[in-house]
Design a protein around this ligand. Structure first.
Ligand code: GTP
Length: 598
């Protein structure tokens, strides 16, 4: 009976179309959060999310709503990120829901990630409720947006809900439509327990907090449960829901979205996508899990302080619980020592992981420039996958190098098509087709080398279209290319962590730019440092970092003690994210300089 009153749904949209603001309004209107506790983007609980104004993690919350029919309903609302790097969070949240609210900005219309996310919802067989947000904007054109939803997505948008999340318009209507449009969950309460793990967090006191969607059966504290894929068994200590803070419950049943804890200390036993069942009455088949994610880019992560290597491993393991797309394996660098080669879904993902490691685990890290995976065939016909440029075999050993390409869709107003094509061409893109979305907008489709896209393609795209272009992409396979490795030598010593791979046509130019960048970034020391870029033994570019004229460190020992302490403190902070490479001190920025070389 309770099941009939449950609605599980997710909110999907292109970035910035207003998902989080709509979620805020729903929490407010249903008094889930007391007025005094209300703050914007309430579900973006991570400090980083609030600072950047973006959603990174999915977040599930229980909301109680008394509908106009007089009945009380329970909503499980799952907010999701919009950025392409985090689309795996979207697919996980969709697997826990029956419905999806599709939010489209009334002024912007359907964008690249609107399509990508709505297709995920369709693949998951969800009921989709179109919502047109920001109708308060002067440029809002809900009728045009309805037309786009119908033409581009093929959904009936005639009765799309019109909303201004900012001004709170249309929210009561939206709540009613959630009740009437989305189906109630239907899992069998009598069947053996099957609950899908869609996320987890590590809590120092309670162990792993496992977020689950119960598909069948019931789970209670005291039950002995088994993770069907890893085989690990635990006694449940607590079950509950987030509303938005954790609230204990006596049980979770088929249809519920909530959490369980079981004093799980061994992180390795709990994976997103696994199924929880009861030891006493186990299900025979696990639920369909998730597709494992393929990282798009890799970079090396090294603790500034070599002694923190073990801490870094522990931090990565804990973060992996909360971020199933994160992969890592140990690597060593002559220059940087012991670290990890970490796989990411894109540069924003990389940035977020690095920040989370530093903030949540109090680590100081040096990150090397991101690289895609190259497929190298050697003269002996051995095929190698190279994730770290410094591991590329010597040129005479290489028969062929292939690099990953993406298939990209760029949605843009007519007038910017020329600019987009010029940019794509410059990035070694291959034009595929172009489709008119409506009179004013075009979907331009290109094959592009992933290595060019992950660097600064997106920023360039935005700046050359005054922010109007949106991009979505998927991997399309490997292609042969004329690529070379550029090594960087500091003080005549090759720094493996600074090597990068580039198309031969761009090699000389990039070599020049990077040496002069490094000259700006690396602080002067008390001897002259030659900076060179080379392919094999051939030097492409060279510059010198001049020596100090006199020893400035002696200044620290003069002056008043206050000032001296400040200087020392500044020096100490400056040390973080620096690495001594041989005789040269290299700041973090230097390892990323290659990203800014055009
Ligand atoms: P991500 O979580 O990063 O994908 O973004 P989001 O889709 O959750 O968007 P968010 O709710 O953060 O809103 C993006 C911006 O649009 C914010 O600056 C909001 O204040 C603004 N915004 C949201 N709803 C409305 C609206 O109805 N009208 C207007 N004018 N602005 C709105």
């Amino acid at each position: 009976e309770r099941q009939k009153h449950i609605r599980n749904f997710s909110i999907v949209a292109h970035i910035d179309h207003g998902k989080s603001t709509i979620a805020d309004r729903i929490l407010e209107q249903t008094q889930t959060v007391a007025e005094r506790d209300m703050q914007n983007q309430l579900l973006d609980t991570m400090e980083l999310e609030r600072e950047r104004g973006i959603t990174i993690k999915l977040n599930a919350v229980e909301v109680h709503y008394q509908a106009n029919d007089g009945e009380n309903y329970i909503f499980h609302l799952i907010d999701t990120p919009g950025h392409v790097d985090f689309s795996y969070e979207v697919s996980r949240s969709l697997a826990a829901a029956e419905g999806a609210i599709l939010v489209v900005d009334a002024a912007q219309g359907v964008e690249a990630q609107t399509l990508a996310n709505v297709y995920l919802a369709i693949e998951n067989d969800l009921e989709i409720l179109p919502v047109i947000n920001k109708i308060d904007l002067p440029a809002a054109d809900p009728e045009m947006v309805k037309g786009e939803i119908e033409d581009l997505i093929g959904l009936d948008a005639s009765d799309a809900v019109l909303v201004s999340a900012k001004q709170g318009i249309g929210i009561p209507a939206l709540l009613e439509r959630i009740v009437s449009d989305f189906p109630a969950p239907d899992g069998d309460l009598e069947a053996p327990l099957r609950a899908l793990i869609f996320d987890s967090q590590y809590d120092a006191y309670r162990g792993v907090v496992v977020n689950i969607r119960v598909r069948e059966g019931v789970v209670r504290p005291g039950d002995k449960v088994r993770m069907m894929n890893t085989g690990a068994e635990y006694e449940v200590t607590e079950v509950g829901v987030m509303s938005p803070n954790a609230q204990k419950r006596d049980y979770l049943m088929a249809g519920d979205v909530g959490y369980l804890t079981a004093s799980i200390k061994d992180i390795q036993t709990t994976h997103s996508g696994d199924t929880v069942t009861l030891v006493s009455n186990p299900a025979t088949e696990p639920l369909a899990g998730y597709q494992p994610m393929t990282p798009m880019v890799y970079s090396g992560l090294y603790p500034s302080d070599n002694a923190k290597y073990g801490d870094l491993r522990e931090a990565l393991e804990k973060l992996q619980l909360n971020d199933a797309a994160l992969t890592f394996e140990p690597e060593t660098s002559q220059a940087l020592g012991f670290g990890y080669r970490v796989g990411f879904l894109g540069l924003l993902h990389m940035d977020v992981i690095q920040e989370r490691l530093e903030r949540e685990f109090d680590l100081d890290l040096v990150t090397t420039a991101p690289s895609v995976t190259y497929q190298v065939t050697t003269v002996d016909d051995e095929v190698l996958m190279i994730e770290n440029p410094s591991e590329l075999p010597e040129p005479q050993q290489i028969k062929e190098i292939q690099e990953p390409f993406i298939y990209g869709q760029i949605m843009v107003p007519n007038e910017y098509v020329g600019a987009v094509m010029e940019l794509a061409q410059r990035k070694r893109g291959e034009f595929d087709t172009m489709e008119y979305l409506d009179e004013n907008r075009v979907n331009v489709k290109y094959y592009l080398p992933l290595s060019e896209v992950i660097f600064n393609f997106f920023d360039k795209l935005k700046s050359s279209t005054r922010g109007y272009a949106s991009l979505d992409y998927e991997l399309s396979g490997y292609r042969k290319a004329d690529l070379v490795k550029i090594d960087i030598l500091l003080n005549s010593e090759k720094v493996d962590a600074l090597s990068f791979i580039v198309h031969r046509d761009f090699a000389a130019e990039r070599g020049r730019v990077i040496t002069s960048k490094l000259k700006e970034i690396i602080p002067r020391q008390n001897f002259e440092i030659p900076v060179q870029a080379a392919i094999g033994n051939k030097i492409l570019a060279r510059t010198n970092i001049k020596a100090y004229r006199k020893d400035v460190t002696s200044k620290i020992h003069t002056g008043d003690p206050d000032r001296r302490a400040k200087l020392l403190d500044k020096q100490k902070r400056g040390k973080a994210r620096m690495k001594s490479v041989g005789t040269v001190t290299v700041p973090q920025e230097a390892f990323m300089a290659v990203l800014q070389t055009d």
